[in-house]
Design a protein around this ligand. Structure first.
Ligand SMILES: [Fe+2]
Length: 188
């Protein structure tokens, strides 16, 4: 059974381990190993959104639900992150900073339900939900996700910009509007 307070306590314990990367990933892997049990606690996704399950100075836990075919610009977090998918699919394109080009592409990682990834403090990724349905994941960050300034990059020019939390949260609402319009269109 998943329980958010216990999950946060387990994450905090894992953060003290020598191999923090493996320890935190193990905690999140366990949480998404049984998607049905997880969804009994946090609910089944019915709309795109950034739903905060826990927020403190050293730990943020988000139930992040991507809308159909939704994408986010390349961005960094300035803190470690663990992503565990419990329904749908998430495509991550990883980059690193580059003197000449702004960003250099490192590779692609496709995550399905029950998959879990650890991202180090300097990781930069672009996220895409390739499905025409919602994708849900637990996103765990080793800090205050909303209160930490970070960067995002133009997807074409790779020009670095300040990450705009409000703009990015707005993209989820835009996705919900689109879904409603499509549903209305199908009903007509
Ligand atoms: Fe991210």
């Amino acid at each position: 059974m998943f329980e958010i307070e216990q999950f946060c306590a387990d994450c905090r314990q894992a953060m003290k381990e020598t191999d923090q990367e493996r320890a935190v990933r193990d905690v999140v892997t366990r949480a998404v190993a049984d998607p049905a049990a997880l969804m009994r606690d946090i609910g089944e996704p019915d709309r795109a959104g950034v739903f905060t399950l826990h927020r403190s100075d050293d730990l943020t836990v988000l139930n992040l639900i991507w809308g159909p075919e939704m994408t986010l610009l390349p961005h960094d977090h300035r803190m470690w992150a663990v992503i565990g998918i419990y329904t749908g699919r998430e495509e991550n394109t990883f980059y690193r900073r580059s003197e000449e080009d702004g960003l250099t592409k490192l590779g692609l990682k496709i995550m399905d339900a029950k998959d879990c990834s650890y991202l180090g403090e300097t990781a930069i990724h672009k996220v895409y939900n390739p499905l025409t349905k919602l994708t849900g994941g637990l996103h765990v960050y080793g800090g205050d996700f909303f209160g930490t300034p970070r960067s995002e990059w133009d997807p074409e020019s790779f020009e670095e910009m300040a990450y705009d939390v409000d703009k990015n949260v707005g993209l989820f609402e835009l996705s919900n509007k689109r879904m409603e319009e499509l549903k209305r269109g199908a009903a007509d």
